[in-house]
Design a protein around this ligand. Structure first.
Ligand code: NAP
Length: 284
């Protein structure tokens, strides 16, 4: 890995989190990591912040790098692919983190057998606590998935998703999940405030309760229901809290949140794909 050149096209929120993780883990030397932004001002800012070369020239970086990470917004993906497709070759690997963007769509636009890996990281990647689902495109082999594992392993956990069909569900659960967690923390904290706790303390208690519960689930490998039962003393206080949550429909609300976000991802994917097929703007 250390001899690979990595280019991150789109050094925004996720691109920068990845760049920082790669540098922190010394996956490659600084000189072998570079990236782009849309605007020269942001390029200068990000270059200063990360200490790597940042330009607005996607083509130059795409030509040089062994590994390309595409981290622009889904609607900008076509533009960047069309801009770079005549300088990329099958010796390279392209990892896309764009939500709702199937590998088939990327392969179709590139129009050559480039190994493509689709990845869905999430925002806690910024602090090394991310979760990334990765899946292989048509031309990607085990070695390319290993490269992706190494990259996203620098910012958290990585799970291999065998069927690309499931990537919209991964996006809806894990990509969007930190937003759900923050809403739950905010609501629990309001509960604390309602019961007289100062807001700052209530937020800390709520956030650490979720973090601790999550860490326990991951460390033990136990079913969350078993861990919940351990906290729930007969005729104790927790069972009353749980009853209120069930009566309020929290469980079904969360299931529906993942269903709704998955449906939205699939719909967005269909729009992007149909534009690609008909070469509608911004595909032309
Ligand atoms: N944010 C998340 O939690 C998250 C999680 C998983 C996946 N993703 C995916 O990650 C991708 C990026 O999301 P983000 O939240 O990081 O977006 P963002 O913060 O808006 O970053 C987008 C970056 O792309 C740059 N850019 C725009 N047009 C470009 C072009 N033509 N060439 C090169 N760079 C260009 C922007 O540069 P300027 O700043 O100069 O405009 C910016 O640096 C999306 O596809 C999203 O689906 C995001």
């Amino acid at each position: 890995m250390r001899d690979k050149g990595i280019a991150i096209l789109g050094l925004g929120t996720i691109g920068m989190a990845l760049a920082a993780g790669i540098l922190r883990a010394s996956l490659v030397p600084k000189e072998r990591l570079a990236g782009t932004t849309a605007h020269p001002e942001t390029a200068r800012e990000v270059q200063e912040r990360l200490g790597i070369t940042v330009t607005t020239d996607n083509r130059a970086l795409a030509r040089e790098a062994d590994l390309l990470i595409l981290a622009v917004k889904p609607k900008t993906v076509p533009k960047v692919l069309l801009e770079t497709r005549d300088v990329v070759s099958p010796r390279q690997v392209l990892i896309s983190v764009a939500a709702a963007t199937p590998t088939s769509l990327i392969e179709e636009v590139l129009d050559r057998p480039i190994p493509v890996v689709r990845a869905m990281p999430n925002i806690p990647s910024q602090i090394g606590q991310g979760m990334t689902g990765i899946c292989a495109g048509r031309y990607a082999k085990a070695e390319h998935l290993e490269l992706a594992k190494a990259i996203f392993g620098t910012v958290g956990r990585v799970a291999l998703i065998e069927e690309e069909e499931l990537m919209d569900a991964v996006t809806a659960l894990s990509g969007s999940g930190p937003a759900y967690a923050c809403l739950i923390i905010e609501a629990l904290s309001e509960g604390g405030v309602k019961m007289g706790l100062p807001r700052k303390l209530a937020t800390e208690l709520a956030a650490q309760a979720l973090l601790g519960g999550a860490a326990l689930v991951l460390a033990s490998g136990e079913h969350p229901a078993l861990l919940k039962d351990e906290v729930t003393t007969p005729a104790g206080v927790t069972i009353d809290g749980l009853m209120a949550l069930e009566a309020g429909g929290l469980r079904v609300a969360l299931i529906k949140a993942v269903m709704a976000a998955t449906a939205r991802g699939k719909a967005l994917g269909r729009v992007l794909s149909s534009r690609a097929m008909s070469r509608e703007p911004p595909w032309t």
